[in-house]
Ligand binder design. Structure first.
Ligand code: BGC
Length: 741
């Protein structure tokens, strides 16, 4: 038989199965489509699905017309196009998007329905840009305020992060775009991120660092990104216990495990330890690549094929990996009903603006200086580099190219035309990765003097400073080196406050910062990287158009030593290096590798407020804290029963009344304490929250259901246990507490 006849026969066979081959039949179930496609593929074609073919593209099956997966960062907007095989930007003119507020901002809204809107709007932008997988959201827990990447995560509490990650994923995936929750697990510092081995108890893993990932899986996330670091002697991207046993085994994850870019290091481990798609190998994931490597050299490319052919790697595992990838393709690129996306629509801008304004946390408002009544002030001076800086730039892989970006200065000038002057106050250089940029102190002194001179003439100063996305601040690949604000801002704020007592300080950051000047200023707003509409979000709150309702998603300590991770010396952060050199881990990398560093999570489960409460070390502003322009009264909480037995639920109700003159939203928080238990527990843990919006004088009843799950802790010997005994339910907003036993 000649070749032509052969291909005619195979075409007829394909067509015979149901008019269309099953894998192309959009009415068939995904599992049937996967099985059919897999049955038609050669070993080489299966391997081809498992590794990159471009910086953000993984292979498909061209012979069968099955496309590969287009991926993009994530998590705050769709990243600009990158060159096919280097980290440079491709310079397209069609890839400007909406920057949504950072995930810390989303966390500060404490509003799951906004998380859903966020995911949906982001998914629509991803669709328009032709992306199948968005690399986010990130849910690594804030363990230290020095971690350069906390701005991409959702704070210090696993319950809060877990309640927000699910709706974000559901919103995103409702567009047929996969979420890729990251970085699984324990990527809690950037220093030595590629090599550090984390030592941690199972209890801390299950109680603190796993729950948000587990909730992402429960919400049906289609992909998970492995972390760069190691645990139990293996890198997280190919880690038998983490990926095979826990993620895919215990939690029943049916999606795809993708490496972080350059997170794979070994073919045998990659083959057997739960990895499905390998990306970014032989690069540092951000700026560099090694010479002389091609996509066929990836661990899950030719080297894996060789193991399969020699029988050293088994085909069942290959089929499992390939099936998972095919499933992801049928869920996204070849989904039955492809939707049409949109970029930068009024609706997307509205979502971004509302998330931004709901995220702002009013920390202090002495004499009700806020909201600003412009009639009271002749001259208003805005000071600070962050009032004008494009905060979408820098920060690493989450960097965005925006179509529009409203700065705080622009928004305030639009709000009060002709009234607002500006002084930079400090300068901050450009976003550069892995490099210090030393700012000349003489230049800072001059800018400071100019701003202070103008402040003396002003009736009101609005200071907009904080961190930015430069290396060693809120930026991937480096950690912060100081808890204080950079560029001598502490000094600047003190001098401005002395020059003009009517001063509002707006701190924009993705991390807690030292606020040693807090007592010298009447008003403080904690803000974040607020995205395209950020200036309007801020102006909405400053002007009172929106009543602030954000609550801190992390504690703001007085000083770094008050943080659990910083209470045990170097071994607990950043870890210690061993005497033996670890060699070049990532060829071509300039990211600090360290010599086999090990970091020991000595504070165990006492992360964030769990540490502050239990060790009786008060935070300057506690987790969950945030003021409003109105006031709320709480009734005494009511319990449905004084006693419950295993299997029963308890209802806790409380009435909340808006006792002020303006509409406002309040996040009612429920904490559980277990004063007597067989293992020590934190003083209290967040186990419920609800946000209610109330008109002046209006009362709402907020009800929580407490189940044994909320009373449980993780006993390494027994798993999750709810022990008999007395529990304390605390309802409040971290300001006014009501307790009930
Ligand atoms: C980051 C990931 C990111 C990936 C692709 C890595 O350096 O850690 O979060 O998704 O690069 O840009």
């Amino acid at each position: 038989m000649n070749k032509l006849a052969l291909s005619i026969i195979s075409l007829t066979t394909l067509a015979a199965s149901a008019g269309n081959p099953v894998y192309l039949d959009t009415k068939a179930s995904i599992d049937d489509r996967v099985a059919d496609a897999l049955g038609r593929m050669t070993m080489e074609e299966k391997v081809n699905l498992l590794h990159a073919q471009g910086k953000f593209y993984s292979g498909g099956v061209p012979r069968l017309g099955i496309p590969g997966l287009w991926m993009s960062d994530g998590p705050h907007g769709v990243r600009a196009e990158i060159n096919w095989n280097d980290w440079g930007y491709a310079g397209w003119t069609t890839d400007s998007i909406t920057a949504f507020p950072a995930l810390t901002a989303l966390a500060a809204t404490w509003n799951p329905s906004l998380a859903q809107e966020y995911g949906r709007a982001l998914g629509e932008e991803a669709l328009y840009r032709g992306k199948n997988v968005m690399l986010g959201p990130g849910v690594n827990i804030l363990r230290t305020p020095l971690n350069g990447r906390n701005f991409e995560y959702m704070g210090e509490d696993p319950y809060l992060a877990g309640e927000l990650v699910g709706p974000y994923i559901e919103g995103l995936q409702s567009t047929g775009t996969a979420a890729c929750v990251k970085h699984f697990a324990l990527n809690n510092q950037e220093k030595w991120r590629g090599t550090v081995e984390v030592k941690i108890s199972d209890r801390a893993l299950y109680e603190i660092y796993f729950p948000a990932f587990k909730k992402a899986v429960d919400a049906g996330v289609w992909s998970v990104m492995g972390a760069y670091n190691k645990i139990w002697g293996q890198h997280c991207c190919h880690n038998d216990r983490l990926l095979n046993q826990i993620l895919k085994g215990d939690w029943g994850f049916d999606g795809v495990v993708i490496t972080d870019w350059g997170g794979a290091h070994d073919t045998r481990e990659a083959a057997t330890n739960g990895l499905d798609i390998e990306m970014g190998s032989y690069t540092n994931g951000l700026t560099t690549e090694a010479d002389g490597f091609s996509f066929n050299d990836y661990y899950l490319a030719d080297p894996y094929l060789a193991l399969l052919k020699s029988g050293e790697a088994d085909e069942a595992t290959l089929n499992d990996k390939a099936s998972r990838v095919l499933k992801l393709i049928f869920r996204t690129a070849m989904a039955p009903e492809k939707q049409v996306g949109a970029l930068c629509t009024p609706k997307h801008y509205d979502v971004a603006r509302r998330i931004g304004s709901e995220s702002l946390v009013l920390l202090k408002n002495q004499g009700n200086i806020l909201p600003i009544d412009p009639a009271k002030y002749g001259k208003i001076l805005v000071v600070g580099n962050n009032a004008t800086r494009a905060l979408n730039e820098g920060g690493g892989s989450s960097e965005l190219k925006v179509k529009d970006m409203i700065s705080p200065l622009q928004a305030l000038q639009e709000l009060w035309p002709g009234k607002v002057e500006y002084a930079e106050g400090y300068t901050s250089g450009r976003p550069l990765y892995e490099q210090h940029e030393n700012i000349d102190t003489a230049a800072l002194a001059q800018l400071r003097q100019e701003a202070v001179a103008k402040a003396k003439e002003a009736d009101l100063v609005i200071y907009v400073g904080g961190l930015n996305k430069n290396a060693y601040q809120d930026c991937e690949s480096t950690d912060r080196e100081s808890f204080n604000l950079p560029y001598q801002q502490d000094l600047l704020i003190e001098q401005l406050a002395a020059a003009c007592p009517n001063i509002v300080v707006v701190n924009l950051s993705g991390n807690p910062v030292a606020m040693d000047w807090a007592d010298r200023v009447p008003a403080i707003i904690q803000g974040w990287y607020l995205g395209s509409m950020g200036g309007y979000s801020l102006a909405d709150v400053i002007s009172g158009k929106v009543n602030p309702s954000g609550k801190l998603p992390f504690s703001i300590p007085y000083k770094l030593e008050d943080v659990g991770a910083h209470s045990f010396g170097e071994k607990a952060y950043p870890g210690v290096e061993s005497a033996t050199a670890s060699g070049t881990l990532i060829p071509g990398s300039v990211v600090e590798a360290g010599n086999n560093p090990v970091v020991d999570y000595c504070e165990d489960i006492l992360v964030g407020y769990r540490w502050h409460d239990t060790k009786k070390i008060p935070a300057r502003y506690p987790f969950g804290y945030g003021l409003s322009y109105t006031t709320f009264d709480y009734s005494k909480p009511r319990l449905s029963a004084k006693q419950i037995t295993q299997g029963e639920n308890l209802t806790v109700e409380v009435d909340v009344t808006n006792t002020g003159n303006v509409v406002g939203a309040e996040t009612v928080q429920l904490y559980i304490s277990d004063p007597k238990s067989s293992l020590p527990r934190p003083i209290k843990e967040l186990k419920g929250f609800k946000k209610v919006s109330l008109q002046p004088g209006e009362t709402a009843t907020v009800a929580f259901t407490v189940t044994p799950a909320e009373l449980s802790f993780y006993d390494p010997a027994k798993g999750w246990v709810a022990e008999p005994g007395k529990f304390i339910v605390t309802i409040g907003n971290q300001k006014a507490d009501f307790t009930l036993k």
